[in-house]
Design a protein around this ligand. Structure first.
Ligand code: HEC
Length: 100
């Protein structure tokens, strides 16, 4: 029983850690994708509320250049699968901006 409690405490703390890290990593995206992933200026793309699976697929496509974007190719290449997965969850959970 004690072991189970220690284990679940560990699991809880690692997931909190992952969220915090995702938030810090996500700050690298705000310059182009807006604070909290929402862009007021419609020339830029909001990524808040993007479905996590689509987010991961999109980042993979940027990495492989299947979807070509010089900027996002470099951004995506700098990220590990784990980091992409953490950010996918993070951005999915953010509220979308106003529909334009
Ligand atoms: C220097 C500017 C810049 C930075 C920094 C940047 N992006 Fe982008 N991002 C873009 C541009 C430009 C596009 C549009 C690419 C295209 O399809 O031509 C884009 C597209 C995307 C898309 C696809 C959106 C859609 O609706 O299809 C995702 C997802 C994305 N970026 C995630 C991120 C993440 C996550 C980060 C931070 C790790 C990030 N970007 C940092 C400029 C940037």
């Amino acid at each position: 029983m004690k072991k189970v409690m220690i284990l679940s405490a560990l699991l809880l703390s690692t997931s909190a850690f992952a969220d915090e890290r995702a938030e810090i990593m996500a700050n690298n995206c705000t310059g182009c994708h807006g604070t909290d992933g929402v862009v007021e200026d419609s020339a830029l793309i909001s990524i808040a509320g993007l479905n996590a699976e689509i987010f991961i697929e999109t980042m993979k496509n940027f990495q492989s250049n299947e979807r070509s974007s010089t900027i996002m190719h470099n951004v995506a290449l700098a990220l590990s699968d784990e980091e992409i997965a953490a950010m996918a969850k993070y951005f999915e959970a953010l509220p979308k901006g106003e529909e334009k």
